[in-house]
Ligand binder design. Structure first.
Ligand code: PAF
Length: 285
């Protein structure tokens, strides 16, 4: 495995791989890797000959009061983990390599509507930062396939729409959420939790699964169901962000007529903002 910091060098290496007929996969990350990221690498290896994992804490997707400075930078550890899973290239650019003219003059990519709801409403500008950096990474790596975790369900949809609308020649694949044995979704932000908060954290997935069961048993008063879930999360020790029962294709509010649903949830616990989701297919009556 080779770690590369420069765009020019990465392009030279990947041009040679492509010239040899190799299919290239990209796993975009911000580092501080856990088993969830490594499963994206496994999926990338199953779908391509060459796996590139990018590690870049993208300043453009952090709001003013968010954790950009505190976000853990753990390159040596990440490299060891990636090597153990058969990654071929780590692309770890600096801020100036990615934004040579600074961030102010950077051309930006914005996916309307879907970027403004849910996490986008709580974190204005976040998805514009994500789509801008992911579009740049696609331009740099020119992957045949790119893998994103389904924990960030909205991010995956926003990126799919960007790739479709801009005719980007890359297949976007989602990868199932990796969880610990108490069903807590693995996340770099779990590292912000105290021992006590780690005991509380699985309540987020529990609330999602309870709402899912209620829907499968026939409940359709989605606003009340979401409010009940928010209250149970508050009782468990979370502070509210959102708990939204939405259509899977466009993330608009679900109605009783919709069959393909996802519940998206985000909640604050201590210093961490945790997100999770549950998909539901309502069988025809
Ligand atoms: O999901 C993430 O870690 C980031 O949003 C991504 C896709 C690497 C873009 O910075």
């Amino acid at each position: 495995m080779k770690t590369i910091h420069s765009i020019t060098e990465l392009r030279q290496q990947l041009d040679a791989e492509r010239a040899a007929g190799k299919r290239v996969a990209l796993v975009p990350t911000m580092g501080n890797l856990h088993e969830g990221h490594l499963r994206l690498v496994d999926q990338a290896r199953d779908n391509a000959d060459i796996v590139v994992t990018s590690i870049f804490v993208n300043p453009l997707q952090f709001g003013e009061n968010e954790d950009l400075d505190a976000y853990p930078r753990t390159l040596a550890n990440d490299e060891a983990k990636l090597a153990s899973r058969g990654c071929h290239y780590v692309f770890a650019p600096s801020d100036t390599e990615m934004y040579p003219q600074g961030r102010e003059g950077q051309c930006q990519v914005y996916v309307p509507t879907i970027s403004a709801m849910h996490c986008g409403a709580s974190r204005p500008g976040h998805f514009q930062g994500v789509t801008t950096v992911v579009c740049k990474l696609f331009g740099i790596v020119q992957p045949d396939v790119a893998i994103f975790g389904e924990k960030d369900f909205q991010q995956l949809l926003v990126i799919r729409k960007m790739a479709e609308d801009l005719y980007l020649p890359v297949e976007i694949q989602g990868a199932p959420i990796a969880r610990d044995d108490r069903q807590l979704a693995l996340s770099s932000r779990n590292g912000y939790l105290t021992a006590e908060e780690l005991e509380i954290a699985p309540a987020l997935n529990r609330a999602l699964r309870e709402a899912r069961s209620a829907i499968l048993q026939g409940r359709r008063d989605y606003d009340q169901l979401a409010e009940d879930a928010q209250q149970s999360l508050e009782q468990a020790g979370f502070s509210r962000d959102y708990f939204n029962i939405v259509r899977r294709n466009d993330l608009q509010k679900a109605t009783a007529a919709d069959a393909e649903i996802v519940i998206l949830a985000a909640a604050y616990l201590g210093k961490a903002r945790l997100i999770d989701n549950q998909e539901i297919d309502i069988p025809a009556a």
